[in-house]
Design a protein around this ligand. Structure first.
Ligand SMILES: Nc1nc2c(ncn2[C@@H]2O[C@H](COP(=O)(O)OP(=O)(O)O)[C@@H](O)[C@H]2O)c(=O)[nH]1
Ligand SMILES: [Mg+2]
Ligand SMILES: [Zn+2]
Length: 351
């Protein structure tokens, strides 16, 4: 296969999905940016601006191409025909009334969950990101920025480790350039990493440091022109000079969860284990006698905040999941109605 495509992360998982005529380097590409009606695709022969086929335009948000996707272009090379099945997908519930799942980044291997060593740091937000990461099928790494602003970065590292058993935690300090080496090791040669985290934690700064160039505008620039024109407002896939790919995801203000099957249990495995030892199988860990979870809190083995967040995420997930299911079933009913309506009309014409 084409060298450029290989460096963009093309592995057998994707090539196996191609039929003979699609196996041409100019027809196959990775989505760098999604614009209003076009996508920018890096193909085996260079960059292409492509429009979406009518079928893709009409598809649901989850089926349309997103940053990091592999797409096949048609013979004209100006139209994206199909999206290859994804290896992983980071998604969230879109903000607003009309909640639906919104894809954020596809085919990522590692998710850098970026947070800073100051009051922005919140275990509960990290746990939320970790559940979304587990559901996406990517490996999480918690990245602590602004270590230069605290006397005690180790304390933040300790707290970060409590959010999920075994989660890797890396610290970057702008005064210690070699602190980036650990991150570079995660990125490797051809793996795709997405940077997520609140606005202002230093994602774009990190991207620039890793790329060794000013490819992303940072918050500091915004303060100069007061317009925010230069800060990242869109997601983009960047190719690093040392190999590897990075997707900068601008801060998502709302990060609701839905359709997280077993992922909350993965992040909160400690609570799940404890719950198995409760006297009652259906224990809600509120005030039941013989509750192993409350017992662990009493003995300072479990932070009560963590139990509250676990229950909150479970509730939120159940609610959002059922409302999305309802919406889908309404859409299906409507489609059926339209189809029947059409059929009835045709029948009438025949008579
Ligand atoms: N002191 C310090 N400031 C940082 C660090 N990383 C980023 N910043 C600053 O934090 C602000 C926001 O950074 P930016 O990269 O735009 O954040 P983003 O919104 O996550 O992309 C900018 O003024 C950066 O210069 C760091 O490690 N230490
Ligand atoms: Mg940014
Ligand atoms: Zn219990």
């Amino acid at each position: 296969m084409n060298e450029l495509l290989r460096s963009l992360g093309l592995v057998p998982f994707f090539t196996q999905q191609l039929s003979g005529s699609e196996l041409q380097p100019e027809r196959l590409g990775r989505v760098m940016v999604v614009q209003r009606s076009n996508i920018r695709v890096l193909c085996g022969t260079g960059e292409q601006l492509a429009e979406l086929s009518p079928a893709l335009r009409q598809a649901g948000p989850a089926e349309r191409p997103t940053v990091g996707d592999w797409v096949v272009l048609d013979e004209s090379l100006h139209r994206a025909e199909r999206v290859l099945t994804r290896k992983s997908l980071f998604k969230r519930v879109s903000a607003g009334e009309n909640s639906d799942l919104q894809p954020i980044a596809a085919n990522i291997d590692v998710l850098f969950i970026v947070t800073s060593c100051n009051e922005e740091f919140k275990e509960s937000r990290l746990e939320r990101y970790l559940a979304l990461c587990s559901e996406a099928g990517a490996s999480p790494v918690i990245v602590l920025t602004k270590a230069d602003l605290t006397e005690d970065a180790d304390e933040y590292v300790r707290r970060a480790h409590t959010t999920q058993a075994g989660v890797p935690v890396e610290v970057v300090n702008p005064h210690q350039p070699d602190s980036l080496e650990a991150l570079k090791a995660w990125i490797g040669k051809t793996s795709t990493v997405a940077l997520v985290g609140s606005s202002g934690v230093g994602k774009s700064t990190l991207l620039n440091a890793l790329a060794g160039d000013d490819i992303a505008a940072t918050g500091a620039i915004r303060e100069d022109d007061k317009k925010g024109r230069h800060t990242t407002t869109h997601r983009q896939l960047h190719i690093l000079p040392s190999g590897g790919l990075l997707i900068d995801v601008p801060g998502m203000r709302e990060l609701r969860v839905a359709e997280l099957d077993g992922s909350i249990a993965t992040v909160f495995d400690d609570i799940e284990q404890l719950a198995r030892q409760c006297r009652f199988a259906d224990c809600h860990h509120v005030q039941e006698p013989g509750c192993a979870v409350l017992n662990a809190i009493e003995n300072h083995q479990l932070d009560p905040r963590r139990l509250v967040n676990y229950q909150k995420l479970l509730r939120e997930n159940a609610q959002a999941t059922s409302s999305i299911a309802e919406k889908r079933s309404r859409a299906r009913d409507f489609a059926k109605m339209v189809k029947h309506g059409k059929a009835a009309k045709e029948q009438k014409h025949k008579l």
